[in-house]
Design a protein around this ligand. Structure first.
Ligand SMILES: [Zn+2]
Length: 212
């Protein structure tokens, strides 16, 4: 609080606040990690990519926050990825541990989906059923997390509609597979999926379209 000094300053002294609580007490109040119950509900998603012979199973377990209260809601607590393909085992374990740690810290996790979905495989991505381009397996893991967040109500959105799938097919037919896969970043959903269709910048991820 600012105080206007009306008189002439003749001396000064630093005010000591004797009643300040010790430092430790303050620290404990910062974002406690979520605690795990003995039994968690979750979902397992199967992804099959053309870049691997074996399917990948992604399990996301949720905790229920404020159980029995009006603001009861779910949020993800941990993620596991299993596959017979052991080629990238070490990196996958590292990724799942980092993602689980972020889940447990609480707060906003939508950024995680955006980061993962922007990862490109330098050997090239692939098309999923329905014509959607995936720039990498990591991006597809990001999409599974997104799908999960949408299903538990933590994120708005719809990943696929017949109109969007038609747009994706149209883009591949007219621009060619390669050009349709190399999109610019979408300002609305963050996906690297904006292509030029009918003189309009169209996002093949969320369907956002701007003409001009
Ligand atoms: Zn978009």
């Amino acid at each position: 609080m600012a105080t206007k000094i009306e008189k002439k300053i003749v001396g000064y002294e630093v005010v000591k606040n004797e009643e300040q609580p010790p430092q430790e007490e303050k620290v404990t109040a910062i974002a406690p990690l979520l605690e795990r119950d003995d039994i968690l509900e979750g979902m397992t998603y199967k992804i099959k990519t053309p870049v691997s012979d074996h399917a990948m199973y992604i399990t996301i377990n949720d905790v229920i926050i404020n159980k029995g209260q009006p603001d009861e809601h779910r949020r993800p607590f941990e993620i596991f990825i299993n596959s017979k393909n052991m080629e990238h085992f070490m990196w996958i374990v590292a990724l799942t541990r980092v993602i689980s740690a972020i889940f447990r810290k609480g707060g906003d996790i939508n950024f995680l989906v955006e980061e993962l979905k922007a990862v490109f495989d330098p050997r090239g991505g692939y098309y999923k059923k329905g014509g959607k381009y995936m720039p990498s397996i990591v991006a597809e893991i990001g999409e599974v997390i997104q799908q999960h967040l949408v299903s538990i109500g933590m994120m708005e959105g719809q990943l696929s509609t017949p109109e969007l799938e038609a747009k994706r097919r149209e883009a591949r037919k007219r621009l060619g597979e390669e050009a349709a896969a190399k999109g610019a970043q979408c300002g609305k959903c963050g996906a690297m999926a904006v292509v030029r269709l009918d003189n309009c910048n169209t996002c093949l991820e969320c369907g956002d379209s701007k003409c001009g």
